[in-house]
Ligand binder design. Structure first.
Ligand SMILES: [Zn+2]
Length: 512
């Protein structure tokens, strides 16, 4: 890494930290800026979770781009960021953002619910591709954080000069110091007209607040302002738009390229060593027999010793390998997918159905549903069902709420059964295949629903041994619907495991 890159990375990562620190601080007195005469600009507010002033660009435009998902189920942390094989700076800068935010979140002393403490916070970080060309990448990262039920959104856009392999920020989009100052003034004056923005914050507009600049399809610049930083204590995010005619004269040569890449994205040429988008890890093995056609296998779980393996948060880069192992063992499972991952890998959803698995809904942004409005809960479920339907011609008939967090409102709005679990392998915590195997084998009882995450390679690596171990104990693998019985499942009811049977399972429709 060049010294310049390191400084830039630090500068813009520091920007995010600065925003976090600034939130809630008293305004510092400053002198108003001289107003400019004409402004063809506007502001808008949006409330949709992860909402954006610009449309996200399909990830397939960057052939060697992949996502890195991480979760901490106990502290209610879910993050997704990008890496690009041919541009290592992308992964480094993105990981830096996530690690910084996670460190800061931990410093907030958020209790670990595994220690029996009530969780009061949540951290959700997600990145979006906003601009692509052979020379430029724009990546917008949205972070939602709540502590003690007070939530706020932060936004940051990282720009990458892929010829140099360097990470850049908003300031680099502009030419001279005067051009940057003019841009700030355009933003300040437009912001001043928005009633949600405190007037005093406009007069002391910090550079760090302008760290999420993008370009819409018309070539206007959009600036996302963080909740609570510049806005007057509102939960809404505010976007300031500076018109193309005002912005063009101010841009640096890189800024002009970035504008074109945001306005009219063009795919990057495949890198020579590009990993094909999809299932790079999936082994080819023609020896695996196709499932016998026309032969419907039915299992009576009131008589057989059944277990439902469930995999959340995917599909991910290792899901193809997992499907291979499940098919080899003739073991149906249930996948609770998150919307953006399902949208990225629809062919894996098709394959799940074709190979006898079940696909459930795990929401779009993986936010705790208990912290959302009814409209946002529905939107989280519906958006995900749209991409599931697009892939497999039917919406999910089961919901797994992120973190298992649910209440009577979210249960009612689910409009499907709500599926929890009784065996938690803690695979996301240990990231250790041996531990995943031992907890799955030691905790599973007849009728169990086992929680795992197919985004972790250690989990996928553990599955063949879990399948062999449970099979040796006499278990039959079934989907959640098969386990609980299609006719017995009720919309809005919660299920931790199969209802009681002669095998000693327990009925538990209670809350987790
Ligand atoms: Zn999850």
């Amino acid at each position: 890494m060049s010294p310049a890159l390191g400084q830039n990375t630090f500068k813009y990562i520091s920007g995010l930290l600065a925003l976090a620190l600034l939130a809630g601080c008293a305004p510092i007195p400053g002198s108003p800026t001289e107003p400019k005469p004409s402004l063809a600009t506007s502001t808008q507010n949006y409330t949709q979770i992860g909402g954006s002033p610009v449309d996200a660009v399909p990830l397939s435009m960057v052939p060697d781009m992949s996502t890195v998902d991480q979760s901490d189920e106990h502290r209610h942390i879910f993050t997704q960021h990008f890496k690009v094989t041919s541009v290592p700076a992308v992964g480094e800068a993105q990981r830096g953002l996530v690690e910084l935010a996670m460190g800061k979140f931990d410093q907030g002393n958020v209790p670990d619910v595994s220690a029996g403490l009530e969780n009061s916070g949540e951290l959700n970080i997600r990145s979006y591709l906003t601009a692509v060309s052979p020379n430029v990448l724009g990546i917008r990262t949205a972070a939602y954080q709540s502590v003690d039920s007070v939530g706020s959104n932060r936004f940051l856009t990282q720009w990458f000069d892929t010829r140099k392999g360097s990470v850049l920020g908003s300031r680099d989009l502009f030419d001279s110091a005067d051009d940057w100052a003019d841009f700030r003034e355009f933003v300040a004056q437009t912001a001043a007209s928005n009633p949600l923005i405190a007037p005093e914050s406009v007069t002391q507009l910090e550079d760090a607040w302008l760290d999420s600049v993008n370009f819409d399809a018309q070539g206007n610049a959009t600036v996302e302002l963080d909740d609570a930083a510049i806005t007057a204590g509102t939960a809404q995010s505010v976007v300031v738009t500076v018109s193309a005619s005002n912005i063009i004269p101010l841009l640096s040569p890189f800024g002009l390229m970035a504008r074109t890449a945001g306005m009219a994205p063009t795919p990057r040429l495949p890198a020579i060593s590009a990993v094909p988008w999809g299932n790079p890890e999936e082994p080819e093995d023609p020896a695996v027999p196709a499932p016998p056609s026309g032969e419907e296998k039915t299992v009576d779980c009131t008589k057989a010793k059944c277990v439902a393996l469930t995999f959340d948060d995917g599909p991910g880069p290792k899901t193809g390998k997992l499907l291979y192992d499940l098919k080899k063992a003739d073991a149906p499972a249930t996948f609770f997918v998150v919307g953006p991952n399902a949208k990225t890998r629809p062919e894996l959803l098709k394959r799940m159905i074709a190979e006898g698995h079940e696909v459930g809904n795990h929401t779009w942004t993986h936010r705790s549903l208990t912290a959302l409005s009814p409209a946002n809960i529905r939107s989280e479920i519906d958006r995900t069902n749209e991409v599931i339907s697009a892939a497999i011609d039917q919406p999910a008939t089961l919901l797994r709420p992120p973190y298992g967090a649910h209440n009577s409102t979210s249960d009612r709005l689910a409009q499907t059964p709500v599926i929890l679990w009784d065996v938690d392998t803690l695979d996301w915590k240990h990231k250790n295949a041996d531990k995943v195997v031992s907890s799955a084998l030691s905790q599973t009882r007849p009728g169990s629903i086992v929680l795992m995450h197919d985004i972790h390679s250690t989990t996928v690596a553990a599955v063949p041994r879990i399948l062999a171990g449970l099979k040796a104990k006499g278990y039959t693998f079934v989907t959640v619907t098969e386990l609980l019985g299609k006719d017995k499942l009720k919309s809005g009811e919660t299920y931790l495991r199969a209802p009681s049977t002669a095998k000693g399972s327990v009925k538990n429709g209670g809350k987790k």
